[in-house]
Every structure is written in C-alpha cells, then in structure tokens.
Design a protein around this ligand. Structure first.
Ligand SMILES: *[C@@H]1O[C@H](CO)[C@@H](O)[C@H](O)[C@H]1NC(C)=O
Ligand SMILES: *[C@@H]1O[C@H](CO)[C@@H](O)[C@H](O)[C@H]1NC(C)=O
Length: 375
C-alpha cells in the first residue's frame, strides 16, 4: 500500500489548501471570542461524532482509539464543510460510513494497489496500438475489441430503470472491487438477455479465479475470461460473500452455473464514444483511480475530480445522462455503481463527469480499461 500512500500524500491541491489556510486565518482574526467558540465547536464536534457513531454502529476497542478517531472525524468534517463552501463545485461532499478514516487508511482498505507498473497511464499510453477496430491497450486479438463511434446511442441510459442492476453491495475490507464489477456486468447482461436478475457470487471469484488475486486486487476482463473458461458462475446465495482473503476455493460449487457467458469484449481504450455505445447495450465494467479526500467523502452531484489515472478500483457503469441546464449546469455524466455499501456516495452510486474536454482517457481514467461479457 506504500505506493498509494505516497501518491496521495503528494497529490497537489493548492487552491483548497490556500482556502483552508485562509479560513483558519480569518477565523483566528475575526473575533475576540474565538477561543471560547473553539471550545464550543469541540463540544459540538464530540456530540456530532457520538451521533455519527451510533448511526453507523461504530465502536472502538480503547479510549485512545476513540480519541484518535474523533480527531480524524473532526478533520474530515471540517474538510467536507470547507470544500462544500468553496464556490463552483459541481458536486457535494458529505459524511459517510468512512468519515472516521484518514484518506490513506481508506485507500489501503477499500481500493487495490495499481495492478502493476505496466498499467500506469504513461506505460499504457506507450503500449497503445492502433488497429482497424480502434486503439487497444495491449496485444489483444482485434476481434475482441469493441470500437464503435456511431452517434446513434440514446441521450440517456439507466439500466437500474430496466431492473438490470442488483442492490449496491459492500466489498468490506477486501480489495475485491474487481469481483463486484465483474459480477455486476454478468448480472446485467443476464437480465437483458434472459429476463431474470440473479445476484451472483463475488466470493467464488475471490476464492477460485486464479487469473486474479482475491482480496489483493484483480481486473474485470480477466475475471470475465475466468468465468468463460469455468463455464459459468454461481449465485451469491450458493457461494456467499465473506470478504475474507485466503479461503480455499469451494470446488464443489465450480460446476453450479447460475449464469453462463460466451466470452467478453474489451472496449477500445480512450474512446468515451465507444464506451457510451457499449453502455447503451449493457452495463460495462471499468477501472478508475478512486482516491483522494473528495472521492472518499463524495455525496452527490457530478464528480469531476481531482483524480488521476492510476487505476486502482473496479466499478460498473450502469448508464449515463445529463444534468438539467438550470441546476446542474448541463454536465454529462456516467452513472457508476460502486461496492462500498449504500451509505457511501449517492445511495452507493457516483455520477462521474463524461466527455471531459482534452481527456480521451476519461475522468479518473474511466475510459482506459472497460470490458463487458457476451451472452
Ligand atoms: C445498526 O444496527 C442496527 C441494529 O442492529 C441496524 O438495524 C442498522 O441497520 C445498523 N446500521 C448500520 C448503518 O449498519
Ligand atoms: C454501435 O452503436 C450504435 C449506437 O449506440 C448501436 O445502435 C449499434 O448497434 C452499435 N454497433 C455495434 C456493432 O454494437
């Protein structure tokens, strides 16, 4: 996890820092009663922390840990409020189940480290080859690439409205995001092709998919390959989620096929137009760089960063749309299903800005590595 720690502690946020410094400075100068008010603020913060704790059923082993968590919580709440007060953001931050974690802790617990240095954006960019089917980020047979620049896709798509998306799930403290996005796209295509929505097993992938690394990370296109070669995947009821690393694969269930896929397509890399056309057909698994305080505390609205392209998290694009010009400034967005439970983000979802000018890789690298199953 050292890699992500270094990365996020060096991420520059000059404007926000300046704003926070200014806020502290102005607060310190603005009133002679400032010291008394700070005592009051601390009391309020403690009460607020107690309320937050009971809301999220949180308790700590020692009084020292509780004090430390209160400090982290208070810092996060101040950050959330200062960020929301800053003018011009198209999204809001808010308290979630993760407000007592520092960003480094959060990153270590809920994202997987970047796959390998070869997956860094610079390296990936160097590896891009152009085929007649469009650019690909490694040496895939051309037949497996979905490249479609047609302008004919609908203005908005939401697979939740068609009942093709299961409830938001929670990966817990296991880097199994990739299993959740893989399962979500198989659940989606099964509903679309066969008319039934069945919750499928992430744990089967965590324990049995030898192409990926369980709680240490993985990537959806490989997991889709594994499901294809296994002949299918079983239900979540049959092979329930534990979020524990290192359990032996329950081989007796490898032959239980509640859903079967015939293969996969990787969407041409750095083509949001191709991604939109793919999403018009079915939910699509993508990798993003999820991280930084703003992503941790995202509550609602169209997220437009900050983030880079060190892909460390798998999520599912289940649609796209556009805000009304009046309140949302007309921003286009991807509807992204996450696997951090319903108390993160907008009921477990995030709207991520779509068609960012000058960023063919998409916001947070969303268009670098999408894939979807065939059924
Ligand atoms: C907290 O626990 C109660 C009772 O067990 C449960 O009903 C509620 O859903 C829990 N809340 C969260 C956020 O886990
Ligand atoms: C390309 O995208 C258009 C618009 O979404 C769609 O109608 C068409 O079926 C797609 N073509 C393929 C080969 O998927």
């Amino acid at each position: 996890m050292a890699e992500s720690t270094v990365f996020f502690s060096t991420r520059p946020l000059p404007c926000l820092l300046l704003f926070l410094l200014l806020a502290v400075f102005l607060h310190g100068c603005s009133s002679a009663t400032a010291p008394r008010r700070m005592v009051g603020d601390e009391a309020t913060m403690t009460e607020r922390f107690q309320r937050w704790k009971s809301e999220h059923n949180r308790s700590y082993a020692t009084a020292e840990e509780e004090r430390r968590r209160l400090r982290v919580y208070a810092r996060n709440v101040r950050y959330i409020e200062a960020t929301n007060a800053a003018a011009g953001l198209t999204y809001e931050l808010g308290e979630t189940a993760y407000t007592d974690l520092t960003n480094d802790e959060f990153m270590a617990m809920y994202t997987a480290p970047p796959l390998s240095s070869a997956d860094d954006d610079a390296a990936a960019a160097a590896m891009v080859i152009t085929t007649r089917a469009g650019p690909v980020d490694d040496h895939l047979p051309q037949a497996q690439v979905y490249f479609n620049l047609s302008a004919g896709s609908p203005a908005s798509v939401d697979w939740r409205a068609s009942g093709a998306v299961t409830e938001v799930k929670d990966q817990g403290r296991c880097g199994s995001c990739w299993a959740f996005s893989t399962v979500a796209v198989v659940e989606g295509i099964q509903k679309i092709r066969k008319g039934k929505l069945v919750s499928l097993s992430e744990q089967e992938l965590v324990d049995c998919d030898t192409l990926d690394s369980g709680c240490d990370g993985g990537v959806s296109y490989r997991a889709l390959e594994w499901i294809t070669s296994n002949g299918g995947i079983t239900t979540r009821d049959d092979y329930p989620y534990t979020g524990k690393a290192g359990a032996a694969c329950d081989r007796a269930k490898l032959g239980h096929h509640a859903a079967t896929i015939t293969g996969l397509r990787r969407v041409a890399t750095r083509s949001e137009a191709s991604l939109a056309n793919a999403v018009a057909g079915q939910p699509v698994a993508v990798s993003i760089e999820a991280g930084g305080d703003n992503f941790q505390h995202y509550r609602k609205g169209v997220y437009d960063g900050p983030c880079g392209t060190r892909l460390n998290h798998g999520v599912t694009v289940v649609g796209y749309g556009q805000e009304a010009a009046a309140d949302g400034g007309g921003d286009r967005y991807w509807i992204v299903k996450n696997s951090w439970g319903k108390s993160w983000g907008d009921q477990g979802y995030i709207k991520m800005k779509k068609d960012v000018a000058g960023k063919p890789e998409g916001l947070c690298g969303i268009a670098i590595r999408p894939s979807f199953p065939l059924m």
